[in-house]
Ligand binder design. Structure first.
Ligand SMILES: Cn1ncc2cc([C@H](O)c3cccc(CNC(=O)c4cc(-c5ccc(F)cc5)cc(O)c4O)c3)ccc21
Ligand SMILES: [Mg+2]
Length: 214
């Protein structure tokens, strides 16, 4: 039987990147997606915005919703301060299998914990099972209709603190209208849109950065 796109993306990393070098892993995936096959990674253009927010927040504890092949996991993980942790949630076992190998190839397995399962089930277990108090940064990149319910769940579980940052991918394409309306109208958030393009294309997309005000 044939290979899947995530498996072909992993082969491209193993062939073109250097083990232990996160930047080479990022470049290998971007080259694969520009020249060979489009894939739903945050990509190089939106990735630079993600990098700047990670550096600004310098999170001790970060959460990613939607690992896919681990591209943004590596982008975030490579910028974490010493001792900081990133938890990334992936429900699809085939994606998780590829992502673990990409994360390991980049040499970030000490900083990143990939947990398999749906966000709605795992978020309520974060304090008890993973010893989390609050997240300094949350990167939302999973099913677009889960952004709003999972944000409310993070609030309800006391996993956000005054100043926690939510950064959401794809708020224009495919779009997350209910989430955008919520964070832009709620008095509990200060929101800002970073205009960009859908990964590897000229189509408009962007990231929404929202500060939880407590
Ligand atoms: C509940 N739960 N908990 C964990 C968890 C993890 C997952 C998976 O990681 C997963 C699987 C499939 C789809 C997604 C969402 N991503 C997208 O759908 C997307 C689409 C496009 C695009 C844009 C234009 C197109 F023409 C086609 C696709 C561009 C983008 O950047 C995307 O992120 C995420 C899912 C639910 C999960
Ligand atoms: Mg995305």
């Amino acid at each position: 039987t044939g290979s899947t796109r995530p498996q072909r993306l992993l082969k491209a990393v193993q062939k073109n990147a250097s083990r232990g070098d996160p930047q080479s892993v990022i470049s290998a995936i971007d080259r694969f997606c520009h020249s060979s096959e489009w894939a739903m990674n945050v990509g190089d253009e939106k990735g630079v915005i993600l990098d700047s927010v990670v550096c600004e927040v310098s999170p001790g504890c970060a959460l990613e919703l939607g690992t896919y092949c681990g591209y943004s996991t590596v982008r975030i993980g490579r910028l974490l301060p010493p001792g900081a942790k990133l938890i990334t949630l992936e429900f699809n076992p085939d994606y998780a299998k590829v992502a673990r190998q990409v994360i390991d190839f980049a040499g970030l397995q000490e900083k990143v914990l990939l947990v398999e399962g749906p966000s709605g089930d795992l978020i309520p277990k974060m304090k008890e099972q993973y010893g989390i108090t609050t997240f300094d940064l949350v990167f939302l990149d999973h099913w677009k209709d889960r952004y709003l319910p999972d944000t409310k769940l993070l609030e309800e579980c006391g996993l956000l603190r005054k100043g926690s940052i939510l950064l959401a991918d794809n708020v224009i394409c495919p779009g997350t209208p209910d989430y955008l309306a919520y964070v832009r109208s709620s008095p509990r958030y200060e929101s800002k849109y970073f205009k960009s393009h859908l990964e590897y294309t000229k189509v408009e997309d962007g990231l929404e950065k929202s500060i939880f005000l407590g």
